[in-house]
Design a protein. Structure first.
Length: 325
């Protein structure tokens, strides 16, 4: 079992509120003769981080169709990675499935307090990942956060297991990106009340999603991922949820620290602490999940993917989950 710095928490039995048992994960793709319309590029340049429900930009205003736009962009980016059995596909698919599940949760009556704000958060959060990946792919390494450099380099170099790819992407996105996203979009509503309840509600659908997500990751890319993904807080999907829950709570606290900073110097100090901690977490994950050539490498995983992976995305979730239609 891998070793991580910090306290290892015991596994906790978890339950989810009624209605989360049947979750959709993948929409049916457009027919082959229908070009996939993706208008994210037209929204991206004007996608301000600050939430403004009156904005002409649908994602800045948090309008419902913004999530469809974001999902289509994620699918567009994921497809070639999956077809190539790229190790980058592991996190790319996890993020796609999570966003599809968010759309399902969002459409449940009363799930969130301020749904447009969460829609906006979803789009800004995706923008941070897209920007990090695109800058990395373009060789603009100086503007890529260190946690993302470690994660993306490890995938490109086939350095770590599938579990490592998943954890590295999740850690960079939650430990590094999420505090900055939350601070920039605003963690209090206009009446001064905290938006923490909506932040915490995300944990419910994450917990409901993770077992199926790991099963699909294992079936497509690396069978070692499921069911025994090893995380800092336990083994399997329950351990992964515990890890994410802890990371997300710390991200909120870091966003509070960014928001509470009264000077540029204070905010820069908090930001540096976030960057350093996220990079250290990434280094620990690499150390725990690194292949050790010539004893271990990715060859069996890559061969498995070439046989078992679908061409792009399954028409419906392969374990009987309903399509969102």
């Amino acid at each position: 079992m891998r070793r991580f710095c910090g306290i290892r928490l015991g596994l906790v039995a978890l339950s989810i509120a009624g209605g989360l048992g049947s979750l959709p994960f993948s929409a049916a793709p457009a027919p082959a003769d229908t070009p996939l319309y993706v208008d994210w590029p037209s929204l991206f340049p004007s996608l301000d981080d600050a939430f403004n429900p009156n904005s002409a930009n649908d994602c800045v205003a948090g309008r419902p169709n913004c999530i469809d736009i974001t999902i289509r962009e994620m699918q567009r980016r994921f497809n070639p990675l999956a077809q190539a059995c790229s190790h980058q596909a592991v996190f790319s698919m996890a993020y796609l499935r999570t966003t599809q599940t968010y759309k399902w949760a969002r459409d449940q009556d009363g799930f969130f307090v301020d749904t447009p704000w969460v829609n906006h958060e979803d789009a800004v959060f995706a923008k941070y990942y897209f920007r990090a990946y695109d800058n990395w792919a373009a060789g603009q390494r100086s503007v890529v956060p260190q946690a993302w450099l470690i994660a993306l380099d490890a995938a490109a170099g086939r350095q770590v297991s599938g579990s490592g790819n998943l954890l590295l992407g999740m850690s960079a996105h939650v430990n590094r990106d999420l505090p900055f996203v939350l601070a920039s979009i605003g963690i209090t509503s206009p009446d001064g009340s905290t938006r923490k309840p909506d932040h915490d509600k995300v944990n419910q659908f994450l917990n409901a999603e993770l077992q199926q997500l790991l099963a699909e990751e294992g079936a497509r890319f690396d069978p070692a991922i499921y069911p025994n993904v090893d995380t800092p807080y336990g083994v399997g999907y329950t351990g992964l949820f515990q890890t994410l829950e802890v990371w997300r709570e710390q991200a909120w606290r870091n966003a509070e620290a960014l928001t509470d900073a009264t000077t540029d110097a204070q905010r820069a100090s908090v930001a540096q602490q976030i960057e350093s901690a996220a990079a250290a977490e990434a280094q620990a994950i690499v150390a725990g999940d690194r292949y050790q050539p010539p004893l271990t490498n990715s060859s069996s995983r890559d061969a498995y993917c070439s046989v078992h992976n679908w061409d792009a995305a399954p028409l419906a979730y392969p374990w009987g989950m309903p399509s969102p239609g």
